[in-house]
Ligand binder design. Structure first.
Ligand code: NAD
Ligand code: ZN
Ligand code: ZN
Length: 348
């Protein structure tokens, strides 16, 4: 047990006060860790497109309630608490579950069996998160050591890295596989790098932005395509039918495209929460033998693998850095589709 060493009594935090209200900076008390808790000084916190979905959510649409501090992509160093030395640099595994079910016991809190009873999805999603000077983490099992990895890399890796890593790990891709990545934002550009690092697949990337396609190319995509009326036809011709499509948008048009380019027996992996609908009927828009999956985030063991991959140079997140005080501007840029890669907040 490390004793509380923080002399700071207040910490600045970006809070969601109520559904439908804009997030606001507030000075809040630095929490004191008790029991299994660990207090982490935040060095960096990524902004995910899911944060926009949270801000836009109608009351009752999500299974948790404000007020809480936003931020579910967090890296920093331990200040005080159980299980870690003060000063140890860590990434936070954000999907905090019940801690006792069979899933949580193996670090798969993202699929906690008691999620519906908990009233939160994790850090910054019903519980106070990391867009703040400090975050109180419920247990040391949610922390992954990062050594000397830059916190501005480690923070986005906890979701923009972990979620595509988990999604790719569930696929069985042969050496001649073709994979289509739809949406080359925070998650998509890391997904391309992961596909190149851990599979032999030929990677096709689709986006509506030219600069995102340039990033896709720099991330290792073999072929990049602007989303247009003929994209499905071109992709079908060039892939011969994709073995897997990772849809990081999830809107009506991208789901249509994703189903349309899949080969028989292919995997449609829906990651994006764009609210689009896909009808599942036999026969229907999906080819015979297709599988549809809805992966959510990833496990803590997978996060350790993602951090290890980044530390050996296998993945690098493209980042745009903002002081926490400029969070409003960063959110506006993300909403306008003007962030390349991941926007990351620095509490300072
Ligand atoms: P982002 O805003 O960084 O990236 C989205 C990208 O999609 C942008 O480059 C945008 O130009 C592109 N795009 C938009 N419309 C498109 C279209 N019609 N065709 C092709 N490309 C299009 O978002 P992000 O942070 O990478 O998150 C992506 C999605 O994944 C969001 O919906 C987010 O909520 C969701 N998400 C899901 C999980 C999960 O566990 N399932 C985890 C994190 C994020
Ligand atoms: Zn997220
Ligand atoms: Zn659980």
């Amino acid at each position: 047990m490390v004793s509380a060493v923080s002399a700071v009594r207040k910490t600045r935090a970006l809070r969601l006060p109520a559904w439908g209200e804009p997030p606001a900076l507030a000075d809040v008390d630095v929490p004191e860790p008790t029991g299994s808790e660990v207090l982490v000084r935040v060095e960096a916190a990524g902004i995910c497109h899911s944060d926009l979905h949270v801000l836009d959510a109608a009351p009752g649409a999500l299974p948790y309630r404000p007020p809480f501090t936003l931020g579910h992509e967090i890296a920093g160093h331990v200040v005080a608490g159980s299980g870690f030395e003060a000063g140890e640099r860590v990434a936070v595994h954000g999907p905090w579950g019940c801690g006792t079910c069979r899933r949580c016991a193996v670090g798969e809190d993202n699929y906690c069996d008691r999620r519906a009873e908990l009233g939160w999805a994790g850090a910054g999603l019903g519980r106070d998160g990391g867009m703040a000077g400090h975050v109180l983490v419920p247990h040391a099992r949610h922390l992954v050591p990062i050594g000397d990895l830059d916190a501005t890399q480690a923070a986005p890796l906890t979701d923009a890295g972990l979620t595509p890593y988990h999604a790719v790990a569930r696929l069985r891709l042969g050496d001649d596989a073709s994979v289509v990545v739809v949406g080359v934002g925070g998650l998509g550009h890391v997904a391309i790098q992961i596909l190149r690092a851990v599979t032999k697949a030929r990677v096709f990337a689709v986006d509506v932005r030219e600069d995102a396609l340039s990033l896709a190319g720099r991330s290792g995509a073999h072929r990049t395509l602007l989303a247009r009326a003929d994209t499905e036809t071109v992709l079908r011709r060039e892939t011969g039918g994709a073995d897997a499509v990772l849809d990081f948008v999830g809107s009506d048009p991208t789901l249509r495209l994703s189903a349309g380019v899949l080969r028989p027996g292919g995997d449609l992996v829906l990651v994006g929460s764009g609210g689009g609908k896909l009808t599942i009927t036999k026969p229907g828009p999906l080819p015979q033998g297709a599988s549809v999956s809805l992966p959510f985030w990833g496990g803590s063991r997978e996060l350790a693998e993602v951090i290890a991959l980044a530390r050996t140079g296998g993945i690098r997140v493209e980042t745009e850095l903002f002081p926490l005080a400029d969070a409003g501007e960063a959110f506006d840029r993300l909403r306008a589709g003007r962030v390349l890669g991941r926007a990351v907040l620095l509490p300072g």
